[in-house]
Design a protein around this ligand. Structure first.
Ligand SMILES: Nc1ncnc2c1ncn2[C@@H]1O[C@H](COP(=O)(O)OP(=O)(O)O)[C@@H](O)[C@H]1O
Ligand SMILES: [Mg+2]
Length: 251
């Protein structure tokens, strides 16, 4: 995808200011930024959900979005939620296949209220995947699941990405999430992409690797969270803090 000169303002509040962004086919990009920096606004523009934007935009189709809350319709069973909007006689079969991919084949006829947080988020992923997106937009989709479920979701997302090969934009405020998943990390600041950091580490990523720790420190510092480097402070220990106890960033 390619965006040039994107601008979005809400009254006096200019959120995106002449923003440029390219994402290559099948590239996995994570977008970091402080709370209120405009991450969701940018994702909405790229998803075609923000009509009051200007600039030029070329986006691969189809595209799918997964939000922080799974947004399942409570009065429809899971398979019906995933099949929603699909046309033709194979809708249920397609939805069933997508739910099988995310490990929910045993919950097809469950009601949304009976799912755990992680299951509901997996159903949300299935609903996105069933459309075979070439561009998958994820807005903090793991923020409300517990830490261990989140780690399993990371593996699932990487497996699905490897199989389907969409371009991915993952919005997150969690530096480790970005470093564990993405090919490239972007920092949104002042209404523009202020930094591009290629990750360049083999997957699965190992937070104990010195290069990981270095990237993590650099990105935290770009986000305005420098780590102490006093001689009596064992920075290597802090930097190698095992995920999920590592530092996230929010304002
Ligand atoms: N629909 C809206 N109307 C007015 N202001 C909005 C609207 N959506 C977002 N904003 C403002 O735009 C800024 C960026 O919001 P958002 O994109 O949600 O940030 P982030 O996702 O990085 O936390 C915030 O100041 C927010 O209050
Ligand atoms: Mg947001």
């Amino acid at each position: 995808m390619r965006a040039r000169g994107l601008c979005v303002a809400f009254g006096e509040n200019s959120v995106l200011r002449d923003l440029d962004l390219d994402i290559a086919p099948s590239e996995f990009v994570a977008l970091l930024g402080r709370s209120g920096s405009g991450k969701t606004t940018l994702l909405r523009v790229l998803a075609g959900l923000q009509p009051e934007s200007s600039g030029s935009l070329v986006v691969p189709q189809p595209r799918s979005v997964v939000f922080q809350e799974p947004r399942l319709l409570p009065w429809k069973r899971i398979v019906e939620n995933v099949a929603l909007g699909l046309r033709g006689g194979t809708a249920r079969a397609q939805a069933t296949a997508a739910l099988r991919e995310v490990g929910l084949e045993h919950r097809l006829d469950a009601w949304p209220a009976t799912l755990s947080g992680g299951e509901a988020q997996r159903a949300g992923l299935a609903r996105a995947l069933v459309r075979n997106p070439h561009f998958l937009l994820l807005d903090e989709p793991f923020a409300s699941v517990d830490a261990l479920t989140r780690l399993r979701m990371y593996d699932l997302v990487i497996d699905l990405w490897r199989f389907h090969r969409p371009s991915v934009l993952l919005v997150t405020h969690d530096v480790d999430e970005a470093l564990l998943l993405a090919d490239r990390v972007l920092v949104l600041e002042g209404g523009r992409i202020a930094s591009h950091i290629p990750v360049g580490l083999a997957r699965p990523r190992d937070p104990a690797r010195p290069r990981y720790a270095e990237l993590r420190r650099d990105i935290l510092s770009l986000l305005g969270v420098p780590l102490p480097t006093a001689p009596d402070f064992d920075a290597q220990d802090a930097l190698a803090a095992p995920y999920p106890f590592a530092t996230g960033v929010s304002a």
